[in-house]
Design a protein around this ligand. Structure first.
Ligand code: VGL
Ligand code: ZN
Length: 183
């Protein structure tokens, strides 16, 4: 069984948000296309308390319950089966969807007999990368949909390094076109 895991596709990570991935809006139509090809779709949300230590490193973003923490309206939201909340503690960054606090992602995937995970979303260097590395450690066959993933580009070179690190750890790269059969 395969599942689609959409990481942190939230308003604050889009170009108009407080911690923007410059091409964050471009992944939304790709993710909408991908969603048509999965019967299990899980989406994570960065969901921080206003006083999180995380905001010593980052501009304030995705505060629990805020507009910036919502999914964009352009995302085909009704298709999402489960929303995971992470970074909910004021003492951690919560970069990985496997650190979600409302449900154990690993247990949920096992319950649905998922062995292949297709990961996309925002941002390449932080939450996508950490989720991918945790998925590999947990033994899932892990694909990253490259054109459905965008970086925050906080430091030049980080995005390329993240792709290299994910591939070295065993992640396979794919594209929306390859997944949907539309070229
Ligand atoms: C993220 C920086 C801070 C992410 C979250 O979703 O990649 N990046 N918080
Ligand atoms: Zn965050």
């Amino acid at each position: 069984m395969k599942a689609l895991l959409i990481v942190d596709l939230q308003n604050d990570f889009l170009p108009e948000g407080t911690l923007p991935a410059p091409n964050g809006d471009k992944v939304v139509p790709e993710i909408n296309k991908l969603m048509e090809h999965f019967s299990l779709i899980i989406a994570s949300k960065d969901w921080h308390p206003a006083n999180s230590v995380h905001f010593k490193k980052w501009p304030v973003h995705c505060v629990a319950g805020s507009k910036g923490a919502e999914f964009p309206f352009s995302l085909n939201r009704p298709k999402i089966d489960l929303v995971l909340y992470k970074g909910t503690n004021d003492l951690d960054d919560g970069y990985s969807a496997f650190e979600a606090t409302n449900i154990s992602l690993d247990q949920h995937l096992k319950m649905h007999a998922v062995n292949s995970l297709y990961i996309c979303g925002l941002t390449t260097e932080y939450c996508v990368k950490n989720t991918v590395l945790d998925a590999l450690k947990a033994g899932y066959e892990t694909f990253v949909v490259q054109d459905a993933t965008a970086g925050v580009n906080a430091h030049p070179g980080d995005e390329k390094a993240a792709w290299d690190e994910m591939q070295k750890a065993g992640a396979k790269l794919t594209t929306t076109a390859a997944m949907t059969g539309v070229y």
